[in-house]
Structure formats: structure tokens, C-alpha cells
Design a protein around this ligand. Structure first.
Ligand code: NAG
Length: 515
């Protein structure tokens, strides 16, 4: 006969108390509490009555002290709690997969609460279920359902957890900021003149973070994630618009590409919060777009333009609100393009600097020598020797090598070779001056994104058409109106929408409990 639940619980309690009271007794099926998950042995009513009888005898003998009784009760209670855990429903991976497919948030939450975690496959399934639901709502001209936003939040959580299991290379660096106390540059800055940094690498610096108006972490670093995004997530045939996406123009962009793009940017935001120990709520994207670098082109103007290199700079110098930076790569060096390294450019250690300075001096002397020989040849009325021949002949160095030598003088260059799905995430201060080397062939796609820790003034939310979301339906509405509506817009409209999108980003990308 099978035991019903209450007699089964009683049995366990009795067994535990009995084991405590009579440690020397061995029951046919007594197990230690750690192996209580194999309770099937207890389904023998004889054991129950045997234990009960023994227990009654022991109790009748009246040898229990107050402490013993209370200890016995505690032991029983703790065992009963363990049993409760065992009694909670257990789920199968198939059930989680199905719940993701069905956008069944309640079931997903129950399963997650039972300790199971979403896998990459679950996230992928949930992602496409979300995209289908968005496309369907648009077709039928319906509002977005709350479970679309809710499922996105579960995906973002899982993405972050999954990323923690992947490779990461961190280099800690001392935070740096311009030293306003020295030189003309410092004086100019103090007086609030716009100062052209010109030779960016020679700017006088001092330790510490500037982080104007924000709340940055005191520690600075560079983090390389070789597999930040999967090949599928960066598949430009699957998500063609990701090659040239900007939030300012989404009218023609498919929902799948928009959601995938936001998902990647949100993964960066969460990674920054995690790496720098900052509350997620305090980090907002200020800028995120796809950028195309084409060999042999020149960049026209700022963000988004094509070009084949980026000159040495500091992100925080470009925009005082940029506190954390990321570049996510959508193409691979050696496959899609040649050249185009991302290079951290640091002052060389002093001894190395001296060696490099000597090398540069030697080069300069060589080129002086060259001029002297040319001049002598002229003075002697000789035919001018072949310049190329002399340069080659001097010691195999060419002019561009010399320029490169000057660029490297006194600097340590740390190149990163981009590959599709990799990301570089770093503090945006002067500790992380960087440049992008010229692309010599092919096309390189990347997503630069910049985050601020400056808080949005409360008043800004009050001025919005719809204020902060107060329900999951509100969050879904924000997703629809700020990202997915496929509206034709006037430039002014789109600027307003993007501003609102960035200010509401945290509220759209996290559940109400984290607002
Ligand atoms: C880098 O800094 C973090 C704290 O900001 C610290 O936990 C970690 O151990 C440091 N790593 C190295 C290699 O120094």
C-alpha cells in the first residue's frame, strides 16, 4: 500500500527523531539526512510502525531533557523543510523550452524559481517567439502584449548569466584624467577655453577619473570578450539591417534586427554594471550605432560615417558624458578585411622610451645623412642619384616606416585583432586612449556604443508624452512606440524619440521590480 503524503511526512519526522534519540539503532532503511532524496525505501508501512513504537517506548521512559526535546524538534523541522523542497514540482528542460516557445511567462518564472536556468537554446527560441509576436501584432494592428516585454527581460537576464561563463581577458589600468594644473593646456582648460588637443598623446595627465556629472567606478580597465555574441546573433544575412543601424531611422528596419541590436547593447550595459560594480539603473546608453569602415575611404563627419581608420583619441574627451565604451565587432580580420586593428595606445615605460627615442634619433640622423649626400652630389655637379635607391640603400627603411616609427615613439601599442562576435569594453577615460589602424582591404562592420553614468533629471521624465512605465503593458507600449512602430518620421520627431528611448532604456529593459 502506498503512503499518503501526511503519513509519509510523519514517517520521515518520526524516523528523524528516532534516529536522533537512538543513534545506535539501525533501521532496515535508515539513511542520513543528506540522502533523503532516495526516500522510496520509506514506503514500507512496517518501518513506520516500527519507528513509532520505538519512539513511543523511548518517550514513555521519560528520559528526555528539555534540551533534548527541543533539539529533536529542530532536527525534525529541518528535515521537514528539506522534504518540502523535494516536494516542490520538478520540471524538465522540455517544459522550459515549451514555455519559452509559448511566451508563457508564469511557467518560465516557476521553472526559473525551481533553480533551472535558461540555456542559449531557450533564449534563441524565446527571441524568435518574441519577434513573431511583434510581427503578428503589427500585422493585426494590435498593441504589443505584456509578455513580449517580460520575455525580453528574461532573455536579457539569461544572456548576462551565459556571458559570465564565456572567456574574458581583463587588464586593470590606472584611471587617468587631464592634469589641469600644468601647462598652457591646463590653464586654457581652467579658463574654460575650448582647447584643441592636437597632439593627444602629449596631454599632461594625472591619476583619477574625471567622470563629469556621473558616478563611475574608481577602478578602470579593458575587457576583451572573444565570444561576446554568438555567430548566429551577428549573422548579417539573418539581420541585414544591423550593418547600418541607427536608432534615428528605424522606419524600414525589421523587428528582428531592432530587437537583436537592443539585446546586444543591453548585454553591454549589464556587463559594464557587473564589471565595474555599478547599479544597473545608473548606466544608460548615450550612443549606439553600426559603423562601416571601408578600405580606401575617408570619414566624413562624426558618428556613422564611413572611413578607413580612426585617429588617436579618448572617448571621454570626445564627449564628457561618455563614461564607459564598447566596440562590438561584426566582421573578422583576415576574412572580411585586412588591417583595422583596434589599438590601445599608452605611454611607454621610461626605459623603453629611451630606447625608442634613440631609434628615432638614429633615423633622423640617417635622413640628415641622406640630405647631406644629395647636397654634396649637387655641389660636385654630379647627376642626382636615384632617391629611392639611396633610401633603400641606406638601410632598408622607407619613409612610411619612418612615420610609423614616430607614431610609436615613446608609446606602447596594444593591438586587438577584431573578430566577429568579439567585444572590447573599457572605461572611457584618458587611461584608454585608442585608435583604429587603417583598413587595407575589405569592409569592417562594428558597433561602437557609449554609456553614461549621469542621471536623467526627474523633470525630463515628466515632460515626456508617456512618463515612466507603471505596468508590463506600459513597458510593451514603450517598446512599440520608441523602437518598433515603423513610423515615417520628421528628423525632429526622431531626435525626440531617440532621446526618450535612451532615457527610458533601463525601464524598458528590466522588469518593474528593478525600476
Ligand atoms: C583588477 O581589479 C579588480 C578590482 O577592480 C580586482 O578584483 C582584480 O583582482 C584586479 N585584477 C588584477 C589582475 O589585478
Amino acid at each position: 500500500m502506498q503512503l499518503n503524503k501526511s503519513s509519509f511526512l510523519l514517517l520521515v519526522a518520526v524516523q528523524a527523531v528516532a534516529a536522533f534519540l537512538a543513534p545506535s539503532l539501525t533501521f532496515p532503511s535508515t539513511k542520513t539526512s543528506s540522502s533523503f532524496n532516495t526516500l522510496s525505501m520509506a514506503q514500507d508501512e512496517n518501518v513506520a510502525s516500527e519507528v513509532t513504537n520505538l519512539l513511543e517506548k523511548r518517550l514513555a521512559s521519560g528520559k528526555l531533557s528539555g534540551t533534548e526535546t527541543s533539539t529533536a524538534l529542530k532536527a525534525t523541522e529541518s528535515l521537514l523543510n528539506q522534504l518540502d523542497e523535494l516536494q516542490s514540482p520538478t520540471y524538465t528542460p522540455e517544459q522550459l523550452q515549451q514555455a519559452c516557445q509559448d511566451l508563457d511567462i508564469d511557467t518560465v518564472d516557476s521553472i526559473l524559481a525551481s533553480g533551472m536556468a535558461m540555456t542559449e537554446e531557450n533564449c534563441d527560441t524565446a527571441f524568435w517567439a518574441v519577434v513573431n509576436s511583434i510581427d503578428e501584432a503589427e500585422k493585426q494592428d494590435l498593441p504589443l502584449a505584456a509578455n513580449v516585454a517580460q520575455m525580453l527581460h528574461r532573455i536579457f537576464d539569461a544572456d548576462q548569466q551565459l556571458l559570465l561563463t564565456r572567456e574574458k581577458q581583463t587588464t586593470n589600468v590606472t584611471c587617468m584624467q587631464p592634469d589641469d594644473s600644468t601647462g598652457d593646456a591646463g590653464a586654457a582648460r581652467k579658463m574654460n577655453y575650448v582647447f584643441d588637443d592636437g597632439d593627444h598623446k602629449n596631454l599632461p595627465l594625472m591619476p583619477g577619473r574625471r567622470c563629469e556629472g556621473g558616478n563611475c567606478c574608481d577602478a578602470c580597465s579593458r575587457n576583451i570578450f572573444p565570444t561576446f555574441a554568438s555567430k548566429q546573433e551577428t549573422d548579417l544575412e539573418m539581420f541585414p539591417e544591423i550593418m547600418s543601424l541607427t536608432f534615428n531611422d528605424l522606419a524600414e528596419v525589421s523587428a528582428k534586427s531592432i530587437v537583436q541590436f537592443v539585446r546586444l547593447v543591453e548585454r553591454v550595459r549589464r556587463t559594464i554594471a557587473h564589471e565595474y560594480g555599478l547599479p544597473l539603473k545608473t548606466i544608460l546608453p548615450l550612443q549606439a550605432y553600426s559603423r562601416k569602415y571601408v578600405a580606401g575611404t575617408t570619414q566624413k563627419g562624426g558618428g556613422g560615417g564611413e572611413g578607413d581608420f580612426v585617429t588617436l583619441h579618448t572617448d571621454e574627451a570626445t564627449h564628457a558624458g561618455y563614461h564607459y565604451s564598447c566596440v562590438l565587432y561584426l566582421s573578422t580580420q583576415g576574412e572580411d578585411f585586412e588591417g583595422g586593428n583596434f589599438v590601445f595606445n599608452d605611454p611607454a615605460p621610461e626605459d623603453e622610451k629611451q630606447v625608442q627615442a634613440m631609434e628615432v634619433k638614429e633615423q633622423e640622423e640617417e635622413s640628415d645623412e641622406l640630405e647631406k649626400r644629395l647636397l654634396e652630389a649637387l655641389q660636385r655637379g654630379e647627376e642626382l642619384p636615384d632617391m629611392e635607391g639611396i633610401i633603400e640603400g641606406s638601410d632598408g627603411q622607407s619613409d612610411s616606416n619612418f612615420e610609423e616609427e614616430v607614431r610609436r615613439a615613446g608609446r606602447t601599442l596594444t593591438p586587438f585583432h577584431p573578430s566577429r562576435g568579439a567585444a572590447v569594453i573599457f572605461s572611457s577615460g584618458w587611461e584608454n586612449m585608442h585608435e583604429v589602424e587603417k583598413i587595407t582591404s575589405g569592409v569592417r562592420y562594428a558597433v561602437p556604443c557609449f554609456f553614461t553614468t549621469c542621471a536623467v533629471p526627474e523633470a525630463a521624465y515628466q515632460q515626456m508624452n508617456a512618463g515612466l512605465p507603471k505596468s508590463d503593458e506600459d513597458i510593451a507600449d514603450d517598446w512599440l512606440h520608441l523602437l518598433l512602430a515603423h513610423r515615417k518620421e520628421e528628423p525632429m520627431e526622431s531626435v525626440g524619440r531617440v532621446k526618450e528611448l535612451l532615457m527610458k532604456w533601463h525601464y524598458m529593459c528590466t522588469p518593474l521590480s528593478e525600476h
